[in-house]
Design a binder for this molecule. Structure first.
Ligand code: SF4
Ligand code: SF4
Length: 380
């Protein structure tokens, strides 16, 4: 049975291998190694997942696989698929793996073609062949993008940004869309081991974001998670604190040895065993710990500024204290997302109901009033 895509999903992850055939410039996994999960362990994880899943709360199970590179463990993926379908035929479920796309051979392609309706493969690609090769170990030529388009045409590709990408960002995004992908998701701003606040970086980003606003204004059939913000939420009177993700609740993570962690960030791939022991004493169901009090209290664009509790913890030792580097980038993106929205509204005002139009216009004006001056020196 397929999941209800509009509902909230129970989305645990199983790490099938730590091994990866690439060495990407921004990879955060400190503990790569040859370890692989065995089938017995995988069955135990699947059983625990279906045992802990509450049908009242979720529209189905989105069972995700990650690595390393999950296709290194293709045989295991196939075995788990069969096991899940045999043992839990009536549960709503979907399987998913993000891949670098470089290991797909004919046998794998045949298998995924046959199962593409309930096993999605999400592709990570960083844009033009030149940028992709720089970031991801010269691997562009090993990817069959048509295979992904043929089987999962609606699937968004994951683009990760390195320092090298920034002055080429607009070109990379356009390239992905013109390959035929409608959606770009997971544009991971503020990741990577470089300074997002450095003057030159911000200046270059401004140029790229401006180009992208023009591009999306002309091509509104395309979607980019970075600009798709509900700006009107900033005007909500009953603003509530937000826990942005299901870490420790719905996004559980099972490592290659079957050990369970709160999510893919709070694992031995990122933290030491000692740090993890301390983290595991915290209550992940206590939303107050994730409340980002200062941002919630003081910042107008709080509802547009999601953050990763794992990244927060890694930088500041607390789930709810955001990284200042993240802050500046988010304000800049909010300015450009507001600019795009303003231009879209002027062009198609009837697309918005009067209430949304009213709140969106107010939010656009306030975002501009609050943040424009901060970026004037960068040539915004
Ligand atoms: S803490 Fe970060 S990695 Fe973990 S589920 Fe939340 S957003 Fe994802
Ligand atoms: S923009 Fe900065 S202050 Fe505002 S919510 Fe994001 S991190 Fe907090």
């Amino acid at each position: 049975m397929l999941i209800e895509t509009h509902g909230k999903l129970y989305d645990p992850t199983i790490c099938v291998t730590r091994s990866c055939n690439l060495n990407c410039v921004y990879c955060y996994q400190k503990h790569k190694g040859p370890e692989k999960m065995d089938f017995q362990t995988a069955k135990g994880c699947v059983d625990e997942i279906f045992r802990s899943y509450s049908k009242d709360q979720y529209g189905g199970v989105l069972l995700k696989f990650m690595g390393g590179e999950p296709l290194i463990a293709f045989d295991l993926l196939r075995q788990v698929y069969d096991y899940v379908h045999e043992k839990y035929p009536d549960e709503k479920k979907m399987l998913f793996a993000t891949t670098n796309g470089t290991l797909l051979n004919d046998e794998m392609k045949d298998w995924f073609r046959e199962h593409h309706k309930d096993f999605y493969l999400g592709l990570s690609i960083d844009g033009t062949p030149e940028v992709h090769d720089h970031n991801r170990s010269g691997s562009y030529g090993m990817i069959d993008t048509d295979f992904f388009l043929e089987n999962w045409p609606e699937q968004g590709v994951k683009l990760t940004i390195s320092r090298y990408t920034i002055p080429r960002l607009a070109e990379c995004v356009r390239y992905i869309h013109f390959l035929g992908f409608q959606k770009v998701r997971g544009v991971n701003l503020a990741e990577g081991n470089f300074d997002w606040n450095e003057e030159e970086t911000v200046r270059e980003l401004v140029v790229q974001l401006r180009e992208l606003v023009d591009f999306y204004l002309e091509h509104d059939c395309f979607y980019n998670q970075m600009f798709d913000r509900q700006i009107e939420l900033c005007e909500a009177k009953d603003r509530r604190k937000i826990k942005w993700c299901g870490t420790g609740v719905s996004c559980l993570f099972f490592d290659v040895d079957g050990k369970r962690y709160p999510c893919s960030y709070f694992t031995p791939m990122t933290f030491s065993e000692e740090e993890l022991r301390k983290i595991n004493t915290l209550d992940f169901t206590n939303e107050e710990l994730f409340g980002e009090d200062k941002c919630f209290r003081d910042c107008y664009i709080y509802p547009l500024c999601p953050s990763c509790a794992g990244a927060n913890y890694q930088t500041n030792g607390a789930f709810g204290v955001k990284n200042e580097i993240h802050c500046k980038t988010q304000k800049l993106i909010a300015l450009f997302a507001a600019d795009l929205k303003a231009k879209q509204m002027i062009r198609d005002p009837e697309k918005y109901d009067p209430d949304t139009r009213y709140h969106t216009i107010n939010a656009i004006e306030k975002i501009r009033d609050l943040y424009y001056d901060e970026f004037r020196e960068y040539g915004i």
